[in-house]
Design a protein around this ligand. Structure first.
Ligand SMILES: [Zn+2]
Length: 183
């Protein structure tokens, strides 16, 4: 996705390593062909823990910590975690006094909340918006719309599993969202 958040996420993890600390990277295991975190400016970083929908994220993180202690947790694509997994991350940050910084999208291509993102916004102590420009007019983007084989989609599944069609995500301002996608 085109917002520069991968670059920020990698930078945050890098800042920890520069001070001799370690931030681990967690990512939902949705897109298995896309190993690691890749930014559009060409830097990448491996993922330490992939999380599936059925995984006990609390146990996975605790087990990881007992082998390889860390100082912070960075989460990519938090919108794809289950709400319960987001609650477990909240427990982890409180119980272990380890900061959790989660990056993701608030809403899907129709402008509807991802359940995991909604729970993350409920529980976050600090929320920061990463500003992105509309692809069509360069005003501030408020939506991340989906184009399949060149056409904006108005309906469909929230998460696309690769089915051979060409899918791209397009940041849009509110005007262009109403014009191209609408309700
Ligand atoms: Zn626009």
């Amino acid at each position: 996705m085109n917002s520069g958040k991968s670059t920020m996420l990698i930078q945050v993890a890098h800042n920890y390593s520069e001070t001799g600390q370690r931030a681990i990277i967690i990512k939902p295991a949705i897109d298995t062909k896309d190993q690691g975190i890749h930014s559009r400016i060409g830097i990448s970083k491996p993922v330490d823990i992939y999380v599936s929908a059925n995984d006990d994220i609390y146990k996975k993180i605790k087990d990881f910590y007992s082998n390889e202690p860390f100082d912070a947790i960075v989460v990519d694509e938090v919108q794809f975690l289950e709400p319960k997994q987001v609650e477990d991350l909240y427990k982890i940050t409180v119980e272990m006094s380890v900061p959790v910084m989660a990056y993701g999208l608030r809403t899907d291509f129709r402008g509807q909340s991802f359940p995991g993102a909604a729970r993350a916004l409920d529980l976050a102590n600090v929320i920061e918006e990463i500003r992105t420009k509309c692809t069509l007019c360069s005003k501030k983007a408020n939506h991340n719309s989906r184009r399949r084989d060149g056409k904006f989609e108005k309906s469909g599944e929230q998460v696309v599993i690769d089915d051979g069609t060409e899918v791209e995500y397009v940041p849009l301002c509110s005007d262009h969202f109403l014009e191209k996608v609408g309700f």
